[in-house]
Design a binder for this molecule. Structure first.
Ligand SMILES: [Zn+2]
Length: 180
């Protein structure tokens, strides 16, 4: 009985340790998202963790780089592959503040990343369960385990604040154009 209790306690402890670890790395992804924010880009950030260490970071630079490929995940996947000297990222976990789009979910499957941790969902474009779940198509040769809603509040608040500011800026611009 005592042993059973200890076992379930250890399990609980492991569970909360894993949760804390996921939150810790999501905070790092949020730091990346802030870099995008500072460039007036939609604030999306990503980190890739290998053997308990962050090996790659990335943030959205779509406007800055004038490229539809410049998503946070793609940039981090490129860096991680370079760092490990392998296109296969089989022992990595990818953390991203917003649910990946179809391109990034595709790159996650292509790079064999086994685990993806997502901050907030993207109902209109997300491909990790919202519009589609490209990370869990049994007909493909690889699937990734997905954990969603880690630090969801922080991640979605940052997005909301960004779009609120963007709308206010656009309104101001319109006003100043009208008064010219
Ligand atoms: Zn994407």
């Amino acid at each position: 009985m005592e042993q059973l209790k200890n076992e379930s306690e250890t399990e609980l402890q492991n569970q909360s340790e894993a949760e804390m670890r996921d939150e810790k790395y999501m905070k790092e992804a949020l730091k990346q998202a802030k870099k995008a924010y500072a460039l007036e880009e939609t604030p999306i950030g990503c980190v890739i963790v290998h053997e308990g260490k962050i090996i790659a970071r990335g943030y959205n630079r779509r406007n800055t780089d004038k490229s539809p490929l410049a998503h946070a995940e793609i940039s981090a996947i490129k860096k991680a592959s370079k760092k490990l000297g392998d296109w296969r990222l089989e022992e990595c976990t990818l953390y991203v503040t917003l649910e990946p789009c179809q391109m990034c979910a595709g790159a996650i499957i292509q790079s064999r990343i086994p685990r993806v941790v997502v901050g907030c969902m993207n109902p209109k474009a997300g491909c990790a369960g919202s519009v589609l779940n490209l990370l869990d198509v049994q007909a493909f040769n690889h699937q990734a385990e997905v954990k969603t809603k880690v630090l969801e509040e922080e991640c979605s608040l940052m997005m909301k604040q960004f779009f609120r500011e963007l709308r206010a800026k656009q309104k101001m611009k319109k006003k100043s154009l009208l008064s010219e």
